[in-house]
Design a binder for this molecule. Structure first.
Ligand SMILES: Cc1cc2nc3c(=O)[nH]c(=O)nc-3n(C[C@H](O)[C@H](O)[C@H](O)COP(=O)(O)OP(=O)(O)OC[C@H]3O[C@@H](n4cnc5c(N)ncnc54)[C@H](O)[C@@H]3O)c2cc1C
Length: 388
């Protein structure tokens, strides 16, 4: 396969597909995307796909907000619905986080995001338990919700194909080819392919690929468990999405009366060998925690679950940049457990970086690859890292 392209993209998750589409939309359609399995088969297919805009930094809050607008308008852009379902997002934090939360709300409001502090009465009116006696604080984002990661990934891929971009599934990139500090292409299971631009968006498998060319950003892959619990009664849509810092879980409604709950962010595992199922002891603990927040949960039955991987940088924020010292190499990696909600804007800012050296729509210069060695890590106002 000795062909040459304007850009090669490694990874057919939501990020690689969003980047390829956004490059094509800006005129670069001679690109080839490699996916070693099938599109969306990595972290994307395991995502809870929660869309919220609560962040500690304006860069990520802004990308989440601009992405939400794209999710809502996705069918017009790609011909496929994103599955955006508006539920509202409730953030619950212990009292000692009230001031940090209020600082985040102020920053969000400044960006035009609809969010407010609410009281325990409001929480009870949502059909949830509030714990004023344990002194909690709450924030409410009415426009937030969830979407369908497969539809979004395939929506981007379909549009890219209409732009005549190429996508090759079941084709693994084995190495990045570099000649005198410049990218010249990739080595794949089907042969060498040439380009002076290579974008790594390989999710949990990015670190080993980059290590081969001498790059180590301290990335780890962390197991996150997802449980499906059927409440058996009451309209499930009445439950909004809950980001529960007090009880350490995130929950969203799923089909019918099923609630989808995500837990765990500290079990470091290898991307090719980890338990993709869920743990019984974690199920018991999660069910008990959830029952404190959602009335009726003690009787809920376990109807399924899975584990997936967060790809985590030292500050739990992504790396979106070119690579100093290797001309033509770009990375969009390290999205931990909050990448899906940013994916439309990740494609946009990466295409701006690739085509024009800097992102114009949102300034992501603080998310560069050099920040770790320069000690300029991003900060979160919370210990629950995935909240970032
Ligand atoms: C359990 C779980 C829950 C989550 N919940 C949320 C949530 O509620 N909200 C949210 O915003 N985010 C959430 N996330 C995070 C979000 O899903 C990810 O940030 C996002 O899907 C990352 O997409 P990606 O394209 O970077 O990675 P991936 O989806 O992993 O895609 C990478 C792709 O690259 C391919 N690949 C790897 N190496 C190679 C190679 N050498 N050659 C060719 N192909 C290769 C892989 O097969 C894979 O398909 C969650 C993640 C998990 C695991």
């Amino acid at each position: 396969m000795n062909k040459s392209y304007d850009a090669l993209i490694v990874g057919g998750g939501v990020m690689g597909c969003s980047i390829q589409y956004n490059l094509a939309e800006r005129g670069m359609n001679r690109s080839l995307l490699f996916e070693k399995d099938v599109l969306g088969s990595g972290s994307t297919s395991r995502s809870q796909a929660i869309l919220r805009m609560h962040y500690s930094n304006p860069e990520t809050a802004m990308m989440a907000w601009e992405s939400l607008k794209i999710f809502r308008n996705f069918e017009e852009i790609t011909g496929v619905s994103s599955g955006y379902t508006q539920t509202g997002y409730l953030l619950a934090v212990p009292e000692h986080y009230r001031n940090p939360m209020l600082q985040n709300l102020q920053m969000q409001q400044h960006l035009g995001i609809d969010v407010n502090e609410v009281d325990s009465r409001f929480v009870q009116d949502l059909g949830l338990n509030a714990y004023p006696e344990e002194a909690e604080a709450y924030a409410w984002e009415p426009l937030s919700g969830f979407a369908d990661p497969y539809s979004v990934t395939l929506g981007y891929a379909n549009r890219s194909r209409e732009f005549e971009c190429e996508i090759q599934v079941e084709s693994e990139v084995k190495g990045i080819s570099i000649d005198r500090d410049k990218v010249v292409g990739v080595k794949t299971t089907d042969g060498d392919v040439y380009s002076d631009k290579v974008v790594v968006a390989a999710g949990p498998w990015s670190a080993p690929l980059l290590k081969e060319v001498g790059l180590d950003f301290g990335i780890e892959t962390v197991r996150h468990q997802v449980f499906l619990l059927d409440r058996g009664e009451g309209p499930a849509n009445k439950i909004p999405i809950i980001g529960d810092v007090s009880l350490n879980f995130s929950a969203r409604p799923d089909i019918g009366n099923v609630i989808m709950v995500g837990v765990g962010e500290d079990e470091v595992v290898g991307p090719n060998e980890y338990n993709q199922s869920v743990d019984t002891d974690m199920l018991v603990k999660t069910q008990a925690d959830l029952a404190r927040r959602i009335p009726g949960l003690p009787d809920a039955s376990f109807v399924g679950g899975w584990s997936g991987l967060f790809t985590v940088t030292p500050d739990w924020h992504p790396i979106l940049s070119s690579i100093e010292g290797i001309e033509g190499l770009y990375v969009a990696i390290g999205f931990s457990g909050h990448g899906f909600k940013l994916s439309p804007m990740i494609g946009q800012v990466m295409s701006e970086i690739i085509l024009g050296q800097e992102s114009k729509s949102v300034d992501v210069s603080s998310l560069g690859a050099n920040r770790f060695k320069e000690g300029q890590l991003m900060k979160s106002r919370y210990d629950m890292q995935v909240l970032a």
